[in-house]
Ligand binder design. Sequence first.
Ligand SMILES: Cc1cc2nc3c(=O)[nH]c(=O)nc-3n(C[C@H](O)[C@H](O)[C@H](O)COP(=O)(O)OP(=O)(O)OC[C@H]3O[C@@H](n4cnc5c(N)ncnc54)[C@H](O)[C@@H]3O)c2cc1C
Length: 574
Amino acid sequence: MSADETSFMKSLFHGLIEENLVFPYPEMDPEEKETVAMIVDNLHKFAESEVDAAKIDREHQIPSELLDKMKEMGLFGLTIPEKYGGLGLSASAYARVIQEVASIDGSLAVTIGAHQSIGLKAILLFGTDAQKQKYLPKLATGEKVAAFALTEPGAGSDAASITTRAELSDDGQSYILNGSKIWITNGGFADVFTVFARTSAADPGVKPRITALIVERGEGLTNGPSEEKMGIRGSSTTEIFFEDVKVPVENVLHEAGRGFKVAMEVLNSGRLGLASGCVGMSKKLIKMSTERVQERSAFGRPIGQFGMIKDKVARMAAETYALESMTYLTTGLIDEGVHDYSLESAICKVYGSETLWSVVNETLQIAAGIGYMSEYPYERMMRDARINMIFEGTNEILRAFIALSGMQSPGKHLAEVAKAMREPIKGFGLLSDYVVGKARSLVTRERVERVHPILAGESAVFEEYAAMLAQRVEQTLRKHGRDIAEMQFVQKRIAEAAIDLYALAAVLSRTTRAIERKGEKGAEREIHLTVAFRRLAEPRLRDRLGEMERDADELLKEIAAQTYKDGGYPFDVI
Ligand SMILES: Cc1cc2nc3c(=O)[nH]c(=O)nc-3n(C[C@H](O)[C@H](O)[C@H](O)COP(=O)(O)OP(=O)(O)OC[C@H]3O[C@@H](n4cnc5c(N)ncnc54)[C@H](O)[C@@H]3O)c2cc1C
């Protein structure tokens, strides 16, 4: 099985540990490392001398001189190949730069992330040569800015139900676009939009399908005012209106009617940009905590000497190590040519946004009173961090996606069984008892061979729960078949177990590499973080993979139903 044909996590759902995909831990090419180090260094100088994050937040705007400076630094063309005027960075290098930008300011990261991670990504992934020639050079310099326009007032998580229409003109040369989009990042000033709209099929009996179009700002395209937001206030978020906007047919991305695939592929990679931003912010917050615990004294001692504060700082470090490890493991997979990283990137997005949320919360708690004051950066960073659990797929939608996609993918083994039955697996409905039964016989406890022996205990935990995940998945599929699609309490547990398993695999691989490079003594800190992360993850895994269906779920459903019926919380003490 070649690396580009399989997914580590999809295989894991069937009990198969494809360790060749995650060992050795990927490393950036040395030359590229130097380029990134230079960009990071320039970013630091830029941040110190020119960026006032509090002002950006207060004035709800990024000064245009700052954006111009970022354009000059090449930050708008990071992922665009050199032949189109960009820096042509790998996925890992791009993530590392976004990490740094996010540590400086959330609004800056969201602005350049919306431009590259999602705005122009479809042109990179699906554009024809002519489309690339036409758009990428100006997007690379930042002369033109890109945006991604999917969400509509009636279609957020349920993106497939968008209603914006693109009707083919009578001469068949263009589409006429009508409709509107909401909450579009960079909407106030973007020049090039990747827009998703319904186009009619040649057959009038066929429901219009979603098509991705490159749409330039021009006649008929307008935007609403900037939305007032909780955080990332310097980023532009607006409504976009299309009124008879003429879009040439050559601006279709991929194929007419295949726009949903385009959107999903773009978001798969966009989620890694988001996760790397969460790495950057988390690291910055840990630094702020570290400084604060030494500066602030209570009861005659620096607060860092109290056990409860140490506990917070150590947990933040261990969870951030896991986040950083899984993010760069995934970008490394992309750089090695792995095509299917949809589960892994969704995992990085959920784990990244929730790790950051817990890190920002604990950092604010350590800062306590000053943490709550707007004069200090903590509350702004908390407001900035919050969006990550909402956009690019809410964490609920992504939990469902992780569980269902992991369960649906039968991996190579099931595909072969299915092929033998001449029945392609397209959905749960086709997972016959026979196929599922076959899967069961294939599920055996696999071993990880490449982990350094000093981490044998951690590796055993990974193996045990990887096997248990596969067993639980198989049992659940046998019992419920396609009904699993409606069982969100179970999906949540399966997704959370998958997240912790991917995190464990990532830290095992990374720390093994560190030991091989630096020896046990040299890699002592990585080993400590790995052991600490395993200790945090193990009880969660035990809980999630215990009983799949629980009486408590029924109780919670009943309570929710009653609360809906009561119109809220019904009790009072008077
Ligand atoms: C600041 C900001 C910037 C944005 N930028 C962009 C952009 O550049 N381009 C773009 O296209 N969009 C953008 N969005 C839109 C964003 O992607 C959506 O807000 C997001 O997808 C969620 O949609 P919604 O807000 O309509 O929530 P809803 O879909 O209404 O969901 C409401 C709640 O229900 C939950 N829910 C919904 N369906 C299910 C389900 N099946 N199972 C379980 N729970 C469910 C959700 O998780 C959520 O908690 C942006 C949003 C914001 C706030």
